[in-house]
Design a protein around this ligand. Structure first.
Ligand code: ZN
Length: 70
């Protein structure tokens, strides 16, 4: 289900809003189907990759700090 944040219409929106007839332009329609599916999955994978990257960076940072102390 899609939503037009301008007029508040909720339903299936194609290229134009069936309620107010505006085209998707500066204000994009909320594509709820995309948010609950593809987009969230992509973000989850992105966050996992980012967390792993930070974990590695912390590991490397601690290792080099201990080297300096020794
Ligand atoms: Zn509308």
């Amino acid at each position: 289900m899609d939503r037009d944040p301008v007029c508040g219409y909720t339903g299936i929106i194609g290229d134009e809003c069936p309620n107010c007839g505006r085209l998707e332009g500066d204000v994009q329609f909320d594509r709820i189907r995309r948010i609950t599916g593809y987009l969230v999955g992509t973000l989850d994978r992105f966050n996992d990759a980012k967390k792993a990257e930070e974990r590695d960076r912390i590991k490397h940072f601690n290792a080099s700090e201990q080297m300096e102390q020794l």
